[in-house]
Each structure stands twice: as C-alpha cells, then as structure tokens.
Design a protein around this ligand. Structure first.
Ligand code: SF4
Ligand code: SF4
Length: 252
C-alpha cells in the first residue's frame, strides 16, 4: 500500500496524565505491524512533527475548560472517526471526582492560600461535548485491545468493547475471588476487556473501565451483603471512575 492511501492517525490529549498514550510508546510489535496500513501524523508525546490533516483520531483526557471544548470541536470537524481513548475520555475517569466540589472548595483543597491561577473547569467525558464513534476503555488502556480495535476499525467493522463483567474474565483466569480473601471488588459491575488485569495480581478492581451498560447492581449488593459489607463500603470505589455517569443518572 502506498503512503498516500495510508490512514492518518492523530492523538490528542486533554485533562489527563497521558498514561494511555504512554502505554502505546512501549514496544508493541502488533502496533508496529499496523503501520503498514496507517501513519501517525500527530502524537505529541512521541514525535515533534504535527499535522492538522488526519482521518482517525484518538482523544485522551476529559474536556474541562471552554478552550478545551472549542479545541475538541475543531478536532471533531476534521476527523472522519473519533475514538475516546482511556477512562478520562470515556467516562470522565478520576477527573470526575472534581464534581464532588464547588470551585471554591476545590480551590481551598488544592491551593490553600496560594494564588488560584489555573482555570479548573468542569470535567466531562468526550461524548458530552462531541460525537464519539468508538470507545477504548481503561486506566490505562490495554495495548492488545487498542491494536484489536484499530484493526477492526481499519477493516470497517468498527469496535464494540465487551459489555460483560470483569468477573467473567476473572473466572476464566481461575482466580480465587477477592471477596473470599476479605477484599471489596468492583468486578461484578465493571466492563471487562482488561483480562482481569488487577484481580489476577491480587489487586481489587476499581472500575477503571466504567460501569457496564446494564450493571447487575442487585447481584453486586447480594455479594456485598454475603460478605458483610454495605453500599457505603463501596461508595469511594464507585466514585473513583464513575462519578460523571452516576451524576448524569441522578440528574436524569
Ligand atoms: S468480584 Fe473481583 S475478584 Fe471476585 S470474581 Fe469478580 S472480578 Fe474476580
Ligand atoms: S481489573 Fe478493574 S481496575 Fe483493573 S484494569 Fe480491569 S477494569 Fe480496570
């Protein structure tokens, strides 16, 4: 395939730690293989060249300030396909915690009596501002899933992330459930696709891939009750990655 026909891929970051882009800079031979069919034309974290002509765009990070909103709308107007990349972009991620506080409260917590110089804005997942075509979840994203999704998108098949729980992948790995080990886990209501990354290393799932579209909340409550926990035990874990969605549901 000649360079002219290659799909031009661009990465853009907003409010986030850039950890998902960083994941992609780790040597991944499958990803390098994709470069036969596409070229990366904008990737601030890994190259200095930058082009405003692109087809497939990965947007990492939450949209916070009016300036971010204008910028992502411009990106959307150029891109043929837009992928929300990583938890901050897909669900608001940990930035959603900012929604617990008013501007003044956030200012007090972060700056105390130092000057308030940064415009904080209000965290929103990308789909609350522009149309998103596909989602690649995770904090950070998983390179194997990214390669699978890009291949599928390039073939015109699109990409739909799994909509079953992390528990399913955890069971396939034959892990002993962490509830049996006295830990509280978000796996029963969290979207799979990471291969039970954390729970396979004896760390509980914090729900970084977001809630399932139809989470089995009652089942999760039953598991909690069986092990002597209440919803309050889980509140912090729910909020950590899912604050934007929980708030949107609360506000109807
Ligand atoms: S609750 Fe957590 S540890 Fe238990 S099976 Fe589900 S994902 Fe695995
Ligand atoms: S186990 Fe949970 S917290 Fe860990 S990567 Fe998977 S979804 Fe994210």
């Amino acid at each position: 395939m000649s360079d002219k026909k290659k799909v031009r891929i661009a990465f853009f970051d907003f409010a986030d730690c850039e950890g998902c882009q960083l994941q992609l800079t780790y040597l991944n031979l499958n990803f390098l293989g994709l470069l036969e069919h596409c070229e990366i034309v904008n990737f601030r974290e890994a190259m200095s060249e930058a082009s405003d002509e692109y087809d497939l765009v990965f947007v990492e990070g939450s949209i916070m300030r009016p300036h971010d909103e204008e910028r992502v709308k411009k990106i959307r107007s150029i891109a043929k396909i837009l992928v929300a990349y990583g938890a901050c972009a897909c669900t608001g991620g940990v930035n959603g915690l900012r929604r617990r506080f008013t501007d003044d409260e956030a200012k007090e917590i972060v700056y105390k009596d130092r000057p308030w110089t940064i415009e904080a804005g209000w965290p929103r997942p990308v789909h609350e501002v522009v149309k998103v075509d596909y989602y690649i979840h995770g904090c950070p994203t998983n390179n194997d899933e990214t390669v699978k999704a890009v291949k599928s998108i390039l073939l015109g098949k699109g990409y739909t992330p799994p909509d079953y729980s992390v528990c399913i992948e955890c069971k396939f790995k034959e892990n002993v459930c962490l509830f049996e080990k006295g830990q509280v886990c978000m796996g029963p209501v969290t979207r799979a696709g990471c291969g039970a990354w954390c729970t396979s290393s004896l760390n509980t799932c914090y729900g970084c891939r977001g809630l399932l579209s139809n989470p089995a909340e009652e089942g999760h409550m039953e598991i909690l009750a069986k092990h002597g926990y209440t919803i309050d035990t889980l509140k912090q874990k729910f909020d950590l990655y899912n604050m934007c969605r929980l708030e949107a549901e609360k506000n109807g």
